[in-house]
Design a protein around this ligand. Structure first.
Ligand code: NAD
Length: 297
């Protein structure tokens, strides 16, 4: 079997085009959605992510506000900035780029964001709303995975889903979304026994681990849908590096029914969902009907 490629890049382009249209119509009503991104410190990867987010935010017509703070910024100063952004009516979404320097309490910082502006969906209120099946701002990477799955499979009801990875950012919220879509969900992690046999029970297999090409063909039920969240940089010879996922694409794509590539799978969906969440937050702030794009809970 040769798996169907789930092209996240093309899908995300379509989502962004819809968002651009919605933003244009909001602007005719005098409303411009705004996303504030806060970066503390000089982490090179984070700087690239923040730059990309800013460019894509502007490309779809929204306002982008970047706040770059030095690594030694005090917690009080960071919390004060978040307080100002919470009170600023031109800011509809606030994202604090993680990881934060170790002297800052990330939980406290995230939980200081107004939940209505928490476009990353990490505030404890949004986590609770998602966990109880209520409307929430949903974390972007899990939301992107869900959109790809629904697009490919239609209804997910009754399917066996195995999520490998239990982080608060990806694994847990994704498991919750799949449960809300009536999948039978198993969460596997670093202490799971006999991971291959658990994965072989999956109609939907999600890998969110951070271990290059951990998942090989012998983990896969023939015809399964495989979503690879992992982003790992590995040596490619000549002193160069290349990106690979948590799934061994070459072997798994011969057994699976469908698979996301790395790069070009989940990654582009994450940023499209960030823009969708910002649009949703803006619509809610103005009592306008919510974008269908983000009604995932
Ligand atoms: P994390 O390090 O917070 O969590 C990794 C999880 O994998 C843990 O729950 C751990 O229990 C589990 N794990 C580790 N080794 C394992 C093993 N051998 N077998 C089974 N489970 C194991 O990572 P994260 O933030 O959830 O990210 C996971 C991966 O997804 C990383 O590669 C990250 O770069 C990538 N990621 C991609 C996007 C995107 O937009 N595509 C977004 C976020 C994260």
């Amino acid at each position: 079997m040769t798996a169907k490629l789930l092209d996240g890049k093309a899908f995300a382009k379509g989502v962004s085009a819809e968002i651009t249209k919605s933003v244009a119509s909001l602007k005719q009503q005098g409303i411009t959605p705004g996303l504030a991104v806060v970066l503390v410190g000089e982490d090179a990867a984070s700087e690239v992510y923040v730059r990309n987010k800013g460019l894509q935010t502007k490309a779809c017509g929204m306002n982008s506000f970047e706040h770059k703070l030095p690594a030694q910024t005090s917690e009080a100063d960071l919390l004060a900035l978040i307080g100002r952004l919470n009170a600023d009516a031109s800011v509809h979404g606030i994202l604090v780029q993680l990881p934060l320097p170790s002297h800052l309490n990330a939980d406290l910082v995230i939980n200081t964001i107004d939940p209505a502006k928490d476009v990353d969906g990490f505030h404890i209120s949004n986590v609770g709303l998602l966990g109880t099946g209520q409307r929430a701002l949903v974390p972007c990477t899990p939301l992107g995975c869900l959109m790809l799955l629904r697009d490919h499979l239609g209804s997910l009801a009754g399917l066996n889903a195995v999520v490998v990875g239990r982080s608060n950012i990806v694994g847990k919220p994704l498991a919750q979304l799949l449960l809300n879509d009536s999948c039978t969900v198993t969460i596997a992690h670093s202490r799971t026994r006999d991971l291959p046999s658990i994965c072989r029970g999956a109609d939907i297999l999600i890998a969110a681990v951070g271990r290059p090409e951990l998942i090989t063909a012998d983990y896969i039920k023939p015809g399964a849908t495989v979503i690879d969240v992992g982003i790992n940089r590995v040596p490619a010879g000549d002193g160069k590096t290349r990106l690979v996922g948590d799934v061994d694409f070459a072997s798994v794509s011969k057994v699976a029914g469908a698979i996301t590539p790395v790069p070009g799978g989940v990654g582009p969906m994450t940023i499209a969902c960030l823009l969708a969440n910002t649009l949703t937050a803006c619509c809610h702030a103005h009592n306008l009907s919510e974008s269908a794009l983000s009604s995932a809970s």
